[in-house]
Design a protein. Structure first.
Lengths: 193, 537
């Protein structure tokens, strides 16, 4: 699993590289565009996701302690928190649609940075979209783990599947921990003319 | 002395179609891959035939220019992503990694089967792109041609590449975990056959490089489908950034193709010269060296694309450095042959062919690493000839050599020796006749990717097309006699070559669980002239 996460790091690494280059080229445009992201919703989502990492870790612990009920309860909590995150993300996406901030022919952006702002929002949608896709996969894996916990396959003799799903979930969280400041926070203090 | 096949082996352990399509046996999965990549090889080969037919005359009279663009694009995509990259790791690697380390199977047998299905799904996407109109951008799919201007089936082809990428990643992951965790008692890292070092280095590139091409083709698809802007100059994006991302994977991918072939050659040279490989540790570490350096040279594809001259200087120097581990291998193979008792059987012919052709391909690579020379040669037939010497002269020679060497182990039977020597000769002659004239053509300035050319170039082009037809015969022959040998070949016995290595300690074909008892390794992998491996009950 660690080896697979290495692959994932390179996968997102390519995106972060593209982000870095364009941010260096168009710092003001990126700062202006990041003003259009919703900080309160992004912050809530950050808290939700960190909370879900906690419940995931507790689910792994429950598996090690051979508590079937614990595994199920904490997995369900993790899935709910993941669902909340995706729901809030969906609300944010719909705002972007109504504000014409989705790149393409209908893109509208007030100010001098129409063109590079389009790159910013392209990156925003691909990065957060791929992150959301990873979360959906993670929730799918948890459903599988729930079934295994339900029929008693998992326990202190055999808990590595939960541990692996946990590792994956923490990785997805960490990606968000990088995405949130890169997309939402840095550059906001810059004065935009 | 009549040799018989063993009564129970992996091939007669179940006969139904389900016993193959749902198998978890690495040996059967290797054969599934063998069947699939052979199909793709002949599809890709058919495109090459049409390309060479068109180029037999100077005028563009056989196919239209658009069709020609699609022909060389599909030839490239099919051959690179669906034949060369999976060929040796997925067929020979799958078959041999557990056998050579003395394990019963790979670490994740179900994942291994899943990789094959992912490969097939990716192949079907590409096949769909192919029959609904093809792709005309070249296999490199440079933006903005691929994202904005081309009207062909780029998205299914890109998805095919994306999906197949996961198959390489999972196979690479499986090999790495297997080699770390499942070696037999006594099989230390420096007692592993060099083929495994090469597979290990290849797997590292697979898991580190493939995700980058995955994200790159995904960005191309998003830009094309959703009109997002990443590489689009009209919103301030940079098309050269695409080239950087593309070659960050695709240059290391060259080493994904050739490193396993080098691993095969190390095995062949030792077995047919009856000598341990000269400088074992150097050869082992040179595989890792090539893997690491391979990630640092992508910029040499972009010398003329507006890259900073200082970056080009660094990339040029780093590209020259790759010659060092490559040359270590070539010198060590020849040093192994020196004073060895060389027997000229078919696999050895391929090995010698590989060493010669790879040396030509590698040295012409140095021409291209030199910036001034590269400016003259970029996008000419010189490039085409160079990388075909590496990929066809290197990888396919290694693949066929390995396939002939391990065929008795895979099938339990021998192929006709005379016919196989003949076809090895035909391939060597046909290959050189096809591609050597292209060096000259490129040096004289004939550009790649055109379907018509000035009449002055016709003689060399006709030579090349004639060579291609000879090469085609050379590739068809093994398909027929290897298939023939499956039924009619004489039984091979456990170790027909008298070679050392754990895979020769078990029966041919091996039983499903590979070894009756776990082998214990006490000797070096190239314990010639008399291999000794002890078994415990």
């Amino acid at each position: 699993m660690w080896v697979f996460l290495l692959t994932e790091i390179l996968f997102f690494g390519g995106l972060f590289l593209v982000y870095t280059i364009y941010r260096t080229w168009y710092p003001l445009a990126f700062a202006a565009a990041s003003h259009h992201l919703d900080i309160p919703l992004g912050s809530i989502n950050t808290a939700v996701l960190i909370g879900s990492s906690l419940t995931m870790a507790l689910a792994v612990r429950a598996a090690q302690l051979n508590s079937r009920k614990g595994i199920i309860v904490f997995l369900v909590f993790t899935m709910i928190l993941g669902g909340v995150f995706l729901g809030i993300k969906g609300i944010e996406y719909s705002h972007k649609f109504s504000e014409h901030l989705v790149p393409g022919p209908n893109f509208q952006f007030a100010g001098a940075f129409v063109r590079p702002a389009q790159i910013f929002f392209s990156l925003y949608f691909v990065m957060t979209g791929l992150h959301a896709l990873h979360m959906i996969i993670g929730i799918g894996l948890m459903i599988w783990m729930l079934l295994w916990a339900y029929d008693g396959t998992l326990g202190n003799g055999y808990y590595s599947p939960v541990e692996v799903v946990g590792l994956y979930w923490h990785f997805v969280d960490i990606v968000w921990i990088f995405l949130f400041p890169l997309l939402y926070l840095i550059g906001r203090h810059a004065v935009v003319h | 002395m009549a040799v018989e096949l063993p009564p129970h082996h992996y091939l007669n352990d179940g006969f139904g179609i389900k016993s193959w399509l749902l198998t978890r046996d690495h040996k059967r999965i290797a054969l599934l891959y063998l069947a699939a990549i052979t199909v793709f090889f002949f599809i890709g080969g058919a495109f090459a035939v049409l390309i060479r037919l068109e180029l037999a005359t100077p005028a563009g009279d056989f196919v239209s220019d658009d069709t020609y663009n699609e022909l060389f694009t599909m030839h490239g995509i099919v051959m690179v992503f669906f034949f060369l990259i999976p060929a040796i790791p997925a067929v020979l690697g799958n078959f041999l990694v557990p056998l050579q380390i003395g394990a019963k199977d790979l670490a994740f047998p179900k994942l291994n089967l899943l990789s094959w299905y992912i490969y097939i799904v990716g192949g079907l996407f590409t096949f769909y792109a192919l029959i609904t109109g093809g792709v005309d951008t070249g296999w490199t799919m440079y933006a903005p041609l691929s994202t904005k201007f081309s009207t062909t089936r780029i998205i299914p082809a890109a998805l095919g590449i994306f999906i197949t990428g996961f198959s390489s990643i999972l196979t690479g992951l499986n090999f790495i975990v297997t080699i770390h965790r499942m070696r037999a008692p006594g099989m230390t890292w420096f007692k592993m056959p060099l083929f495994l070092w090469a597979i290990y280095a290849t797997s590292l590139i697979n898991i580190l490089g493939t995700p980058v091409i995955a994200i790159t083709v995904l960005l191309v698809a998003a830009e094309r489908l959703l009109h997002f802007g990443f590489f689009d100059p009209s919103v301030g994006g940079d098309p050269v950034l695409f080239q950087h991302l593309f070659w960050f994977y695709s240059h290391p991918a060259v080493y994904i193709m050739v490193l396993p072939a080098m691993g095969v050659i190390s095995e062949l040279v030792a077995a047919f010269c009856r000598k341990p490989v000269f400088g074992y540790r150097f050869v082992a570490f040179s595989s890792l060296g090539i893997a690491v350096l391979g990630f640092l040279v992508w910029g040499h594809h972009i010398f003329v694309a507006g890259q900073s001259i200082y970056a080009s200087l660094v990339f040029s120097l780093l590209s020259f450095l790759v010659a060092i581990p490559s040359a270590i291998k070539v010198f060590n193979w020849t040093a192994t042959m020196y004073r060895g008792s060389v027997s000229w059987q078919t696999p050895m012919l391929y090995a010698i062919g590989f060493i010669g052709l790879f040396t030509i391909g590698g040295l012409t690579g140095l021409f291209l690493a030199a910036i001034g020379m590269d400016v003259h040669l970029t996008d000419t037939y010189f490039i085409i000839a160079h990388f075909h010497y590496i990929m066809v002269g290197g990888t396919i020679m290694g693949y066929l050599g390995g396939l002939h060497y391990w065929w008795p182990k895979i099938s339990g039977r021998m192929y006709p020796e005379g016919l196989s020597k003949l076809s090895a000769g035909i391939i060597f002659i046909g290959f050189n006749l096809t591609f050597f004239p292209q060096f000259v053509l490129g040096y004289l300035g004939m550009p790649r990717r055109y379907h018509a050319y000035p009449p002055d170039f016709q003689v060399l082009n006709v030579l090349s097309s004639a060579g291609a037809s000879i090469l085609g015969v050379g590739y068809l022959l093994p398909m027929f006699y290897l298939a023939w040998s499956l039924r009619y070949g004489p039984a091979a016995g456990a170790n027909p070559w008298g070679a050392s290595g754990l895979e020769w300690e078990t029966t041919s074909p091996p039983p499903t669980e590979n070894f009756a008892t776990t082998p214990i390794v006490t000797e070096s992998p190239y314990n010639y002239p008399s291999p000794v491996v002890k078994h415990v009950a």
